[in-house]
Design a protein around this ligand. Sequence first.
Ligand code: FMN
Length: 194
Amino acid sequence: MDPIARIKAQRQDARNVDDPNADLCFLALSESGKPSVRTLVLRDITADGFTLFINKTSPKWSIIQANNQAEMLIWYTNSQTQYRINGLIEELAPSVIEQNWHRRPAASKYMDYSYESLGSQSSQIDARDDLIGHINGLKEEHPEEEMVTPESAAGIVLHPEVIEMLDLNMPNRIHDRRRFVLTDGKWQSTQLIP
Ligand SMILES: Cc1cc2nc3c(=O)[nH]c(=O)nc-3n(C[C@H](O)[C@H](O)[C@H](O)COP(=O)(O)O)c2cc1C
């Protein structure tokens, strides 16, 4: 079984039934032994990896710079299947961001601008109104059609090395748990006790 092909097929099934998790994942990182996890939009899935868009002003970017080992968790409710994907993160070529950034919703574009002009993502501000006022100012200053991709917008790809699958959708509640390890370009599978 090719786990990537299975994830892609189940993601399509999830989209078909409007599963709110269909286009999401949960990315765990670790720096100096301190784990952190966050929800992210899962953009693309290919044999090469799992693509995410983030901002370089965010704490997660500096964590990745220090330690690019990561685990991504995916849970598709309708398929009752969990995937834990381990591997290394690499930055995508800026051209990929350039092609995609303009398709972001306007609100996300102005938020990206604010990371450069107000404060980095996840940094503290005095009040939410300060952010709203700042974004209103950006909207007046920069009509959406004139906005350019900010340098801090980044794409990353998680190259999978080990994928663990837990399929709950089995008879007798005896779940199917398998570990897939990428060896010489091919996925080798072993069965695990769930
Ligand atoms: C449904 C959902 C989707 C999200 N998608 C993204 C995303 O694609 N990229 C992103 O940087 N943050 C996304 N976030 C916000 C992150 O979970 C996180 O709060 C933010 O990136 C700051 O993380 P950091 O402080 O660890 O860097 C999303 C949050 C939710 C709830």
